[in-house]
Design a protein around this ligand. Structure first.
Ligand SMILES: [Zn+2]
Ligand SMILES: [Zn+2]
Length: 304
């Protein structure tokens, strides 16, 4: 109400009312695909949006808990988790992330959203960890983790969450052979952020991203995929799958241009483990079609 009055009368906010912090966007993991490796390579997929100090985590591939800590977010502050689709590079820590929050002292609710199957997977994780969870509840007096986490299966596109600080919308995108693949859009007071998930060129994503401040989009670099495929016995089939279910830089540029977003951030790089591909190679195709700001993402990069 106060804000409305201030806007209506053109008044300055009283000095005692600090402005809410700006919505932050941090790439936690930018690798496409499930393989993990030691060393300084890209980590598996995850993106963090912080609204008013509340973390909203989109995707939780292997290593997300550690990347959240590296980004300065204590795990016991976990609140909202969104999974785009059930490929393991996006959901391997669906149960583990709330669990790691719980053993770090989390005693407040966590809401986990994802395509159909999310609820069943969380239930299966809790069964898998039943002995440990039961023991810690008894021995350590913790609130039962199973009562803290609520799973929400998203069966249809549209608004999936609306609270005082954010509206989150989901769109179905095209990622064969996964039937339910989602992109998410978070609209906050000061920023609109869209995360593509994994997708081939999808008109539904253009619609979702229309006019957004930032679009975080996955990307596939064909010459790199050819080198990757050459390492596998069934190379033709792997290449066919990757090309059918992901987006080339040129197509990413077309999506960003059609949606008229301000900033495009490349993430979820396929292949994600080829350091010989330069930032210029990742972005050159994009720039043929999109003349806004293009950022080639890196792990733990905060998007200004
Ligand atoms: Zn993926
Ligand atoms: Zn995928």
């Amino acid at each position: 109400m106060l804000t409305a009055a201030i806007l209506a009368f053109g008044l300055q906010a009283p000095a005692s009312t600090p402005a809410p912090p700006r919505t932050r966007l941090v790439l936690l993991g930018t690798r496409g695909g499930p393989r993990v490796e030691a060393g300084g390579g890209r980590r598996n997929a995850s993106t963090l949006v912080v609204v008013n100090d509340t973390p909203y985590v989109v995707d939780c591939g292997y290593g997300t808990s550690l990347q959240l800590l590296a980004a300065g977010v204590p795990l016991n502050r976990l609140r909202y988790l969104f999974v785009t689709h059930h490929h393991s590079d996006h959901d391997l820590e669906l149960g583990l992330l709330p669990y790691n929050g719980w053993v770090a002292g989390l005693g407040t609710p966590v809401d986990a959203y994802g395509p159909p199957g999310t609820e069943a997977m969380l239930r299966a994780f809790f069964d898998y960890m039943k002995i440990d969870i039961d023991t810690r509840v008894t021995d350590e007096g913790r609130t039962d983790l199973r009562r803290l986490v609520t799973a929400h299966d998203i069966a249809a596109p549209g608004v999936v969450l609306k609270n005082d600080e954010v509206a989150v919308r989901a769109a179905r995108v095209r990622h064969p052979q996964i039937e339910h693949a989602l992109a998410y859009r978070l609209d906050t007071r000061d920023r609109s952020i869209v995360i593509s998930g994994d997708t081939a060129y999808s008109p539904e994503l253009v619609e979702l991203a229309r006019g957004a401040d930032v679009l975080v989009h996955e990307v596939l670099y064909l010459p790199g995929v050819d080198r990757l495929a050459a390492r596998y016995p069934d190379a033709a089939r792997l290449r066919e799958h990757l090309v059918a279910s992901h987006t080339t830089p040129e197509e990413v540029g077309k999506v960003a241009a059609a949606a008229k977003v301000k900033t495009l951030v490349l993430s979820h790089f396929v292949p994600g483990d080829d350091p010989s591909i330069t930032d210029e190679q990742w972005s050159a195709g994009v720039r043929k079609h999109f003349d806004g700001t293009v950022i080639v993402g890196r792990d733990l990069m905060e998007i200004p």
